[in-house]
Design a protein. Structure first.
Length: 187
């Protein structure tokens, strides 16, 4: 397992997140030594679709991508849909990609990637219902347990979490990826 000591990982989520898709990657990166920070448009506490409560550390409007080494986007239908409507969250995502930082995205977390316009020319997976949106945004969508594309780690569902977490920790450990860009022309 990679040593993530000194790394700071942003988790973007709001109410309705898929509980295990927040808690499992959070545990994986913190067990490897990283500091995890929960960023949300909400303040105080957010609640997952199955009742897990998580304390928000920072609002999306105050978050600066330059302060983080990587980002994780948990799924959950309501979470994914609401996050993509938050302009500060969309800007944060775009900035993380522009700075070539590793990103982990699972299930419906990928919806915000279409609004941030960061999937053009990239290969990734997601919950199957997002495949048309991702393809329309210029991505190549594949149905695989975990896909890694130059620092972008993606998975489909909670059953994929063990493989997702392993690759997420590995990619964060590797650091910035020149191919991790907001558009193919930018890299």
């Amino acid at each position: 397992m990679a040593d993530l000591n000194g790394k700071k990982v942003a988790f973007l989520a709001t109410n309705g997140f898929e509980d295990s898709e927040l808690t499992s990657p959070w545990e994986a990166v913190t067990d490897a030594g990283a500091q995890a920070v929960l960023i949300s448009p909400e303040s105080g506490t957010i609640t997952g679709k199955n009742g897990h409560e998580a304390s928000v550390d920072l609002g999306t409007a105050q978050a600066d991508a330059g302060d983080f080494d990587a980002m994780v986007l948990p799924g959950g239908v309501a979470n994914g849909d609401h996050m993509r409507l938050d302009s500060a969250a969309v800007s944060f995502v775009r900035d993380i990609f522009a700075q070539h930082k590793p990103v982990g995205v699972i299930c419906h977390g990928g919806w915000i990637l279409t609004d941030a316009d960061v999937v053009r020319g990239r290969t990734l997976t997601s919950y199957p219902s997002l495949q048309t949106d991702l393809r329309n945004a210029g991505a190549t969508w594949v149905d695989e347990e975990v896909v890694v594309d130059a620092g972008l780690v993606s998975s489909r569902v909670p059953d994929d979490l063990p493989a997702f977490n392993d690759k997420l920790v590995e990619e964060i450990g590797e650091g910035e990826h020149s191919g991790q860009t907001a558009s193919p022309a930018a890299g």
